[in-house]
Design a protein around this ligand. Structure first.
Ligand code: G3I
Length: 323
């Protein structure tokens, strides 16, 4: 059968989806879509620190292990997400009770323990996630404030030492077009590489790159030229968290405009040799972070809540099939 997976594989491309724990655990229709449509998976929440080590030294690997063994059974790549983030932290890390030195040691242990556990099974890590602010400065997170800017290079070095074969990424949003954040990300990657920091790739989340589009108002995305720009640094690039949120209720016109954005993003990745993977941040409206976080919005994903193909799916498929 012609699925996104078979078409992507023929292009030597990874097409992936964020994995929802509940769906993976108990929804056979969902599991089938995940297995047949994708050759890459990213745990949507299971590998975040809060879920792996809720209390110091108390590890709860179950949900992350479930994603990894599903991927192994189905011959899928795993993108590990994410080692260093300012969000989804356990309280014992975020509550300020650790000294700077203890915090640094805890972060190092977290990175090393997690990467070692999945060495050989997680091929790609989002080592640092969302480290930049919109104005191009480093985001004022617990990590910057307590450890200083060197935490970024440290995290990449710790991860490399823990699994020398894993590809190591920096991942962010709103850097898909020309703006201060994109410039800062470019300079950061360039400078880190010049210093010998082991960074192999840049992930562009591409969340709601364009929100609530209508057929008449889709601006050009600049995504292709951005992917080419970063590829020029000698790194791989990837679309890591694609969704296109719509204001509810949806109608045919909105779904068509949404599909056009899925088409353009897929085409941008396909056109750039170093764009090695394209991941949708949820494959289905059945499991979506959007309505929970942005009330009144949703329907952001390629399959609907009944797991039926939307125009967005058809456009992704058409681009992948086109030779
Ligand atoms: O697991 C609990 C469940 O037991 C409980 O009943 C429920 C009640 O709200 O919460 C569940 O956990 C939620 C989890 O998603 C699973 O649905 C967390 O509260 C919620 O914070 C978590 O949100 C995730 C968020 O990251 C924070 O980790 C979203 O699903 C996930 O899509 C989102 O993903 C991020 C990327 O990591 C980074 N880029 C942006 C992207 C979207 O925000």
């Amino acid at each position: 059968e012609v699925t996104l997976r078979t078409l992507a594989a023929a292009r030597n491309l990874r097409v992936g989806a964020a994995v929802n724990d509940r769906g993976l655990d108990s929804d056979n229709g969902y599991r089938d879509k995940l297995r047949y449509e994708f050759n890459s998976v990213t745990p949507e929440t299971a590998m975040k620190w809060v879920n792996l080590e809720p209390e110091p030294g108390v590890y709860t690997w179950g949900k992350a292990d479930a994603v990894v063994s599903f991927a192994q059974q189905n011959n899928q790549m795993v993108r590990g997400h994410t080692l260093v983030w300012h969000s989804a932290l356990p309280t014992w890390v975020s509550d300020g009770s650790l000294s700077d030195q203890e915090l640094r040691a805890a972060l190092q242990r977290h990175v090393e323990t997690t990467v070692k556990r999945y060495a050989g099974r997680v091929a790609v890590w989002d080592v640092v996630n969302e480290v930049l602010a919109e104005d191009g400065t480093l985001k004022q997170t617990i990590w910057l404030k307590r450890l200083g800017p060197g935490y970024i290079a440290d995290a990449f070095r710790w991860a490399r030492a823990a699994d020398p074969s894993a590809k190591l990424y920096i991942n962010d949003y709103n850097a898909e077009w020309s703006n201060p954040k994109r410039t800062a990300l470019y300079n950061l990657v360039r400078d880190l590489r010049a210093q010998g920091v082991p960074i192999d790739g840049v992930g562009f989340q591409t969340h709601s790159l364009i929100k609530d589009p209508t057929p008449e108002t889709i601006p050009p995305t600049q995504l292709r030229s951005t992917l080419e720009l970063f590829a020029g640094l000698g790194v791989d690039v990837a679309v890591t968290e694609l969704d296109v949120r719509l204001k509810l209720p949806v109608d045919e016109r909105k779904l068509a405009a949404q599909a056009e954005i899925y088409r353009r993003v897929t085409a941008a990745c396909v056109a750039v040799a170093r764009c090695v993977s394209l991941t949708v941040w949820s494959l289905t409206d059945r499991y979506s972070w959007v309505p929970a976080v942005v009330p009144g919005w949703g329907a952001a994903h390629p399959l609907d809540a009944a797991l039926a193909r939307k125009p967005a799916y058809d456009q992704m498929q058409a681009v992948l099939a086109d030779r």
